[in-house]
Design a protein around this ligand. Sequence first.
Ligand SMILES: [Zn+2]
Length: 305
Amino acid sequence: MSSLRERLEGGEVFVTDGATGSRLFAEVRKAGVRYADELVLKNPIAVSELEKGYIDSGTTLLLTCTFNGNMAKMGPCGYSQEKVIGLNQEAVRIARGLAGERLVAGDIGPTGLFPKLYEPESGVTPQTLKNAFTPQVIGLTRNTDGENGIDLILLETFDDLTELGIAVDIVKRLAPHMPIAASMNFSRLKSSDRSLHTLMGVGAKELADFVIAKNLCVQGANCGYGPEGFVNLLKKIGTGNPDASLWGKPNVGRPTADFAVNLSDEEIRTVTQQLLDAGAQCVGWCCGSNQRYIEITASVVAQRT
Ligand SMILES: [Zn+2]
């Protein structure tokens, strides 16, 4: 089997999953925990069932249930470094066991500490972020059963390039050959030119420049503002750096408390087609989505290839 890099260079398109946190919300409440990631240890059957559902719907690039699995989020929930490493290893084991020939991406989200990084009195430093990501990266990349690990590290929903850079550097140091995807959360629309930016003001070009400087193989966007403007944003990232493959996973709509927005089958089909036309090779949906979104996306991808 060729590597992910070779398959992307060969033009293959992958369907990813998403909305794990919201899809597991009921189980999280039942278990009395804060994050869906904790279910990896407390209710692995719920995690397996969700991921099996993704695969049955057509996911070909399965994400581990580890979006919040860093020390900054897990530490306050009573997790030691060893337990965070173990949680991430177990999440890889679950996803890998279900994925078969499909690919598995080790999912890493932000620490939630980035604004404090810019407030000296907060005591949050680059080292704090390093300490937060290191056990997670160890767990995701040093698996317990030999060769059968992940195919890619996905850094997703990041708002800040400093935090993203710290996470990238840790992956490169601990797993030098691991392909890395950098996906940011472009949730703000500039009224002057209708362009999308992250909370910290990062635009498409800044991300593309960052991906060039760090020599990453996948770049893109997830979450954010919904499909509006998302395809143009992705095109701009691709123009800024044509050498990396594109990752695109919009929310179904603008973030609201309950994600009441629901796209019709036809709208899902249209957005997917636009994402593929923009050159996206890893496509899927973020907050507010469900299996119907993956099924339709997978059918569009299948028709095009
Ligand atoms: Zn999202």
